[in-house]
Design a protein around this ligand. Structure first.
Ligand code: ATP
Ligand code: MG
Length: 296
């Protein structure tokens, strides 16, 4: 299967925090994924692509080597990988908006902390030794990085290290382990990466199609279609209020001279406050509709 010159290979996390979102995104982009939870690969029936279900740590190397043309992975994993490479052999082609988290240094609640200087000479346990080392170097701090592959938050209690540097989303895990965040090292979300290795022409075309669909899915998430009626004198103010709308369509209303329908795609969230402003400006019959698909 891997020598197939016509089918794209897309690496996603097999099971973990990113897997459901990654599958969901590809499904929203119209890819029908046929497989059971335990399969390592899946053929997409209606698009020339095969999915590889792997550990997230393996995704950067697969995409770098061109074994997979695309991958979905956290920026944290990518950066840790890239810091060990001479030049990255992949490029980030979309920020996906899920898997948001922050790599933070945390200390036991009771211990004093007076800024990065407090880390001097200390031992810090982490699964992200390269990102942490870069942070320490950038801040001119000499400290010992202790690499752990998991359960990093136990390190202070086991006296393996005084501090930890780990991923945090809500902070609940830190709190449950009697720790508090003291420094932010790196902010991350899931991204779509594409290999820089040359691809067969058919794959370049399919890759561009996939990317355009994914861009469409991402744009739709925030976008709304707004329809409203307004008298001609209110049109300028109303079109100025519409959030993130380019070139709205303005149509005359049949049988109501001087009144128009305004239709627009808004690329930003539409809040109740915005609707009130539109109404105050003279708009009536305001409808806000979700957009199912979009191709930009
Ligand atoms: P794998 O078995 O694939 O190696 P893993 O245990 O390394 O899985 P997960 O815990 O599933 O990874 O996290 C995958 C990614 O989800 C992380 O690399 C990160 O980008 C993101 N993420 C979002 N929130 C968090 C969080 N609170 N803790 C850890 N990772 C998070
Ligand atoms: Mg992992």
């Amino acid at each position: 299967m891997l020598v197939d010159e016509t089918r794209l290979h897309i690496a996603i996390q097999k099971s973990g925090r990113l897997s459901d979102y990654s599958r969901g995104l590809l499904r929203d982009a119209g890819l029908k994924i046929q497989n059971g939870k335990n399969d390592l690969t899946a053929r997409v029936d209606n698009f020339p692509a095969d999915l590889m279900f792997v550990r997230d740590d393996d995704i950067p190397i697969f995409v770098s080597d061109g074994v997979c043309e695309f991958g979905i992975v956290g920026e944290n994993v990518l950066r840790e990988f890239s810091l060990g490479e001479d030049s990255p052999r992949f490029e980030v082609v979309a920020q996906l908006g899920f898997g948001k988290c922050t790599l933070k240094i945390a200390a036991p609640e009771a211990s004093p902390y007076e800024g990065p200087q407090s880390l001097r000479g200390a031992r810090i346990a982490t699964s992200y030794p390269r990102i942490l080392q870069r942070f320490l170097d950038d801040n001119g701090i000499d400290a010992t990085v202790v690499k752990m592959n998991g359960a990093v938050e136990l390190a202070p209690r086991l006296q393996i290290a005084a501090f930890i540097c780990d991923l945090v989303s809500t902070g609940a895990t830190l709190e449950a382990n009697g720790l508090r965040a003291v420094e932010t090292v790196f902010t991350s979300e899931a991204v779509l990466v594409r290999t820089r290795k040359p691809m067969a022409e058919a794959k370049v075309d399919q890759g561009a199609k996939l990317l355009s669909r994914i861009d469409g899915v991402l744009a739709t998430k925030e976008s709304k279609y707004i329809m409203l009626n307004a008298p001609s004198e209110a049109l300028r103010e109303i079109t100025d209020i519409l959030p993130g709308a380019e070139a709205p369509t303005i149509l005359p209303l049949h049988g109501r001279p001087g009144h128009f329908a305004v239709h627009a795609v808004c690329q930003e969230s539409v809040f109740w406050e915005t609707l009130q402003k539109l109404k105050d400006a003279g708009a009536s019959a305001i409808l806000v509709l979700p957009i199912e698909k979009m191709m930009l």
